[in-house]
Design a protein around this ligand. Structure first.
Ligand SMILES: C[S@@+](CC[C@H](N)C(=O)[O-])C[C@H]1O[C@@H](n2cnc3c(N)ncnc32)[C@H](O)[C@@H]1O
Length: 281
């Protein structure tokens, strides 16, 4: 490579890294605001029922754990067994971590990983409220997990990976930390068609797990490229089924971009929530 081309490539890598860092900062700020402004458990529970949680599960977690920011119920994709080690990528206030902890029991453990200090604080406060001893929350990026190779049986994640500017690294890391035979159980948002640039550019859309999402084929290919086998979509639902259009988050996006009711229907209709299972062979 000529010196000129080499420096352009280095520059591009540097800009991409800066872009990824800036995006992560925006996401972090957004979720710090989500924790600080959360005040409607009933609305969050209604949203959770629509995406696959039942009343017994909602009653089992302390108030302030379900912040209404998931897009499925990854703990319902496959059974978790007593004694297993589970990692929850982007664990938020701990919703799926606490549900998983009940299933793996006292001989198992759950490690929630999140990059937003306010979320980690909330999750740890919730852990103290429940008195659970088999759950811990670690600060870290899902693109560079603070975990040993082949130390985990199951990776859970709920509406997080779509936010990452580097989904390939996320799935590569998931593969690295899983033991052979380990599973991933992920709820996430994908697109059936590209969204207009203005929607993608909207920070609010990003925080609503839409702006950063990839096309369905690209997303599933990323899982395959990381080395996973037995990839299957267990369940899927339209964003329109999962989220109420009068949700304040959706309303924020609509107002910011001045979208018409038809546009909202069209864009929301091209967003799908998938429940994905895959195995490290
Ligand atoms: C949509 S919320 C979902 C939280 C939780 N999974 C739930 O369903 O309640 C996204 C969470 O992922 C975290 N997050 C987003 N990108 C991340 C990254 N690259 N590394 C670690 N955490 C991330 C955010 O801080 C936030 O807590």
């Amino acid at each position: 490579m000529s010196n000129h081309l080499e420096s352009s490539a280095t520059e591009l890598t540097r800009r991409r890294a800066e872009g990824a860092d800036a995006l992560r900062e925006q996401v972090k700020e957004g979720y710090t605001r989500v924790v600080a402004s959360f005040d409607d458990t009933e609305r969050a529970n209604e949203a959770a029922r629509r995406i696959g949680y039942d009343d017994e599960q909602l009653a089992a977690v302390p108030e302030g754990t379900n912040l209404g920011v998931g897009c499925g119920n990854p703990t319902a994709i496959d059974a978790l067994h007593p004694g297993e080690t589970v990692v929850d990528l982007g664990s938020g206030a701990g919703m799926d971590s606490f549900l998983a902890a009940r299933q793996v029991g006292p001989t198992g453990r759950v490690i929630g990983v999140d990059m937003t200090p306010a979320m980690l604080e909330k999750a740890r406060e919730n852990a103290r409220k429940t008195g659970v001893t088999n759950v811990e929350f670690r600060e870290g990026h899902i693109e560079d997990l603070p975990l040993e190779d082949e130390s985990v049986d199951v990776i859970l994640s709920n509406c997080v990976i779509n936010l990452s500017p580097d989904k390939e690294s996320v799935y590569r890391e998931a593969f690295r930390v899983l033991r052979p035979g380990g599973r991933i159980m992920v709820s996430d948002i994908v697109l059936e068609q590209e969204l207009p640039a203005a929607v993608v550019a909207s920070v609010d859309a990003y925080l609503g797990c839409v702006g950063g999402a990839s096309l369905r084929e690209t997303y599933l290919e990323t899982i395959q490229k990381a080395g996973f086998a037995e990839i299957r979509v267990d369940r899927e639902s339209s964003f329109l089924d999962a989220f109420a259009l009068d949700d304040p988050m959706v309303q924020g996006i609509v107002e910011e971009l001045g979208l018409s009711a038809e546009q909202v229907k069209e864009y929301a209709g091209s967003v799908t929530s998938l429940h994905i299972f895959a195995r490290k062979a």
